[in-house]
Design a protein around this ligand. Structure first.
Ligand SMILES: Cc1cc2nc3c(=O)[nH]c(=O)nc-3n(C[C@H](O)[C@H](O)[C@H](O)COP(=O)(O)OP(=O)(O)OC[C@H]3O[C@@H](n4cnc5c(N)ncnc54)[C@H](O)[C@@H]3O)c2cc1C
Length: 382
């Protein structure tokens, strides 16, 4: 597969492996995953077998030693077929980045070598999309740390092995603390399964923690310094990959829309939908918007890697750029495919539904516009 992402030779090999799995395993299952709203375990197994769950873990703990650029490329490729799977994987990479930076060697190895799946468990019913102010608690006890929480919508809930989990600090001042919580810890329950409008396969269920005891060594970063972890490590991985998933969805919907308009005929004169100049105009608009996001994402990667002055702005912009452009592109994909787009076999409506999530995933687009607006006006962002 072509490598527009400027990956090194090893990164390119992993992208090629992801491309093969996307074509041979993920694509054939995508409609079923959506219809049944079931977790795509087969896809995750195939990615695990290819070593792709260890993509962003360091080589010395058994991972592949790649970074954000490769994660973005893989997430984008998977999203062209099954955005649910792409979202599971991108949450795993974002959570792994935190584990890599702050986790114990045994947890890092479990993820890197053992292929354990992880996710971000930040959102709570109490603080909703304002994940930076968790209301759930952590208490120091003689035998560890006791967690209590009502988490709101957590990708891969009950299907992963570790949650990268936020709470109020245990003892220190500050907004939050981050923990690695084993998914089989006693006291964790999933009160109801996910039955969503879109991303129906990604298992985004609520999670309740009642007196869950974990070792204090599972703390990821300093007590009370969760905000720094969220902004320094999670945000670049989450925002750019979220943009990548939006980009992959747009590419997926675009390919299917073009296929439909170039193959569907008006039998009275043999013309195709694509013979209508208005339709070609909409297709062109989609192409331009998709390529703008693709170019933007490459620049955001460069900004981070080169530690450019605008890197923080690019991080804030990337999720909202992908999410909001994706809403427009998916609207156009539905429009050019007409009433046929309401049928599942055309393949566009699944992407249309899936595309709705990015805007309301925290940080929500409206909050990001507020942060970017403050930065542009020279005001403090937080
Ligand atoms: C498919 C899916 C998967 C998810 N996976 C995860 C996951 O793995 N981990 C996780 O932690 N969470 C996850 N979430 C939760 C997500 O990150 C958000 O917390 C959640 O979607 C916010 O919904 P809410 O109803 O609580 O939003 P609310 O906070 O109630 O916001 C509603 C609306 O109010 C406005 N608004 C809110 N805050 C602001 C603000 N500061 N400035 C301006 N306007 C604002 C916006 O218009 C926003 O859309 C997932 C959500 C979805 C839909």
């Amino acid at each position: 597969m072509s490598n527009n992402w400027k990956l090194d030779a090893e990164g390119s090999r992993f992208l090629t492996a992801a491309d093969t799995i996307a074509r041979e395993v993920i694509q054939p299952l995508a409609a079923t995953v959506d219809k049944e709203g079931r977790f795509p375990q087969e896809n995750i197994e195939a990615l695990r077998k290819a070593g792709l769950l260890g993509l962003v873990s360091a080589k010395k703990v058994g991972g592949q030693g790649q970074g954000l650029r490769a994660a973005v490329a893989v997430a984008e490729r998977l999203a062209r077929e099954c955005p649910s799977t792409a979202m599971i994987v991108m949450m795993h990479y974002a959570a792994t980045a935190v584990i890599e930076q702050h986790g114990t060697e045994s947890i890092r190895k479990a993820v890197a070598e053992g292929g354990k799946l992880t996710t971000l468990a930040f959102s709570e019913t109490g603080s909703r999309s304002h994940f930076w102010v968790p209301v759930s608690t952590a208490e120091k006890k003689p035998d560890g740390v006791r967690l209590n929480a009502t988490k709101q919508l957590i990708t891969s809930a009950g299907k992963c092995d570790f949650y990268v989990w936020s709470s109020k600090p245990a003892a220190a001042e500050g907004l939050s603390t981050i923990w690695a919580v084993p998914a089989d810890a006693k006291g964790l329950t999933i009160p109801k399964p996910f039955d969503g409008l879109g991303l129906r396969g990604n298992g985004s269920a609520p999670i309740t923690a009642r007196d869950v005891l974990i070792p204090e060594s599972n703390r990821l970063g300093e007590d009370g310094k969760g905000f720094d972890v969220m902004m320094g490590t999670v945000m670049p991985y989450f925002s750019l990959q979220n943009c990548a998933v939006s980009l992959g969805m747009m590419q997926g919907a675009f390919a299917r829309a073009v296929h439909h308009v170039t193959n569907s005929q008006y039998s009275y004169d043999g013309s195709k939908i694509a013979d209508l100049p208005q339709v070609r105009g909409h297709i062109a608009k989609m192409r331009v918007k998709i390529d703008l996001v693709g170019g933007f994402l490459l620049d955001a990667l460069d900004a981070i890697e080169q530690q450019r002055e605008d890197a923080v702005l690019r991080v804030l912009e990337s999720k909202v750029a992908g999410a909001e452009t994706s809403l427009e592109v998916h609207d156009l994909a539905m429009r050019v495919c007409g009433g046929a787009a309401f049928r599942k076999d055309v393949g566009v409506e699944r992407f249309f539904r899936d595309s709705r999530a990015a805007t309301v995933m925290a940080p929500v687009s409206d909050a990001l516009y507020e942060f970017i607006g403050k930065a542009a006006c020279g005001m403090p962002v937080f």
